[in-house]
Design a protein around this ligand. Structure first.
Ligand code: ZN
Length: 444
């Protein structure tokens, strides 16, 4: 598998997945990356949009690419950038192929479906190192696994990995020699993957010869849309550190691409785990891909409300539409939102709000007592209402471009990039000098 790297479009160490539902904010988003670059932070943008979003908005992958190219040209961005076909499968990938150079192969639906028994047995025979005691550098206690556990885990994930292989090979063929970045995502499922499971998944991915550069597991805790993390932060930090250790180990052990890193599908704005992630990245000296797409759409609504006048009127109308169609809007996101309808202000109340009241409720400032995470989640999933407004919504974005763009840029740079990444590259990984990075595997 030494030929992996030669064939790759290499992904940089730090990358941010930004989403742009209506393809109007690429410039404002790119400005955040320029601000970061001016502060010495090397982070590159990846514009991701899923098939689900395209269907709901009624947009095409070509539109994402066009908006990105225009922004890059206008602002003179000279570093790398990518366009991610987010959460695609065999049935949905084709229309992305001419426009995307990053593919997030989503195989969550295949997890738990039984793999062919002979394939499972072959995997176990090929990987005796996975059963027994596995000592991984920088994980305090060795993993203890039994052959039966490896069989169970392989049985749970092997079919998903085989499907990822099929999709990967399909893209290779469709791209006809053009290079691209491959991510495998397993985050849209109900059970988190433990670090030992991640190791087995990575072994299977290497067997399938998928040159993944980012892997998106499901982490412990809830990643509700647009609001902060809900769960045990200490447990998250422990597992996140272990995942980083597992990845570094798997790269050496199975010859996966050296650029392989975690992809955190954050569902936007997981501020309380930014500090733990930052500590872990500093400790390991490794990179990260984080997707925080929906946050930009919410800043559009904040910008419109802040503009007052008919901008505020439109923001109120979006809220009213979201309340009226709450059931329909929430259905595709049922597993990633927690909205208490009792805590939602009435349409009448919101129609009486000033610009300051509306933005205070929606803006993700947890210190502000007026902030309402129920309203924020509902508007997060409510972009279909704006999509239905069509030109009226897009015209408002143009009319209030300055206010909207300021909110989009400030949000990405101040609330996301700065707390998560700024200054990281100057931090030396402390353990590197203390503990030998050599990987050891001993089978019982
Ligand atoms: Zn995801």
């Amino acid at each position: 598998m030494d030929d992996f790297m030669a064939e790759l479009l290499k992904l940089e160490k730090f990358s941010f997945g930004v989403g742009d539902r209506f393809a109007r904010q690429a410039r404002a988003q790119l400005r955040a990356f320029i601000l970061a670059a001016q502060q010495g932070l090397d982070v590159i943008p990846v514009w991701n949009k899923s098939n689900r979003e395209h269907v709901i908005v009624g947009s095409e992958p070509s539109g994402t690419r066009a908006a990105v190219e225009a922004a890059v040209k206008q602002l003179g961005w000279r570093k790398a950038y990518h366009v991610d076909a987010d959460h695609i499968g065999l049935k949905t990938v084709d229309r992305f192929v001419p426009h995307s150079d990053f593919y997030t192969i989503d195989v969550a639906d295949w997890i738990g479906k039984p793999a062919d028994a002979t394939a499972v047995e072959a995997f176990i025979r090929k990987h005796p190192e996975l059963a027994g005691q596995i000592s991984i550098p920088r994980i305090e206690w060795p993993f203890q696994t039994t052959a039966a556990e490896v069989r169970r885990i392989a049985g749970k994930y092997l079919l998903a990995v085989q499907e990822a292989g099929k999709i990967y090979r399909h893209i290779v063929e469709a791209k006809g020699g053009r290079k691209f970045i491959t991510e495998v995502s397993m985050d849209e499922t109900d059970q988190p993957q433990t670090p030992p499971e991640l190791l087995i998944i990575l072994a299977a991915i290497a067997d399938e010869k998928i040159p993944i550069q980012t892997i998106a597991p499901k982490f412990t805790g809830r990643f509700n849309k647009g609001v902060d993390y809900v769960g045990d932060v200490a447990q998250f930090e422990k597992e996140f550190n272990e995942d980083l250790a597992v990845i570094a180990f798997a790269v050496k052990q199975y010859g996966l691409p050296e650029t392989l890193k975690l992809s955190v599908h954050s569902g936007s704005d997981k501020f309380s785990i930014y500090a733990p992630m930052r500590r872990a990245l500093a400790r390991f000296g490794c990179g990260l891909h984080i997707k925080t797409a929906g946050t930009t759409w919410l800043e559009e609504v904040i910008g419109l409300a802040e503009a007052d006048g008919d901008g505020l009127a439109l923001a109120r109308e979006i809220y009213a539409g979201a309340v009226e169609h709450a059931e329909e809007l929430c259905a595709p996101y049922a597993t990633v939102i927690d909205i208490d309808s009792q805590k939602l202000p009435s349409i009448v109340t919101v129609n009486g709000w000033s610009a300051a009241q509306f933005t205070a409720a929606l803006r993700h400032d947890q210190k502000n007592p007026a902030y309402n995470r129920h309203l924020r989640q509902l508007i997060h999933v409510g972009y279909k209402i704006a999509a239905k407004m069509g030109e009226r919504y897009l015209n408002a974005l143009d009319k209030y471009e300055e206010t909207v763009a300021r909110n989009v840029t400030t949000n990405l740079y101040e609330r996301h990039m700065k707390p998560l990444l700024l200054g990281l590259e100057r931090v030396a990984p402390p353990e590197a000098a203390v503990r030998a990075p050599e990987a050891t595997v001993s089978s019982l």
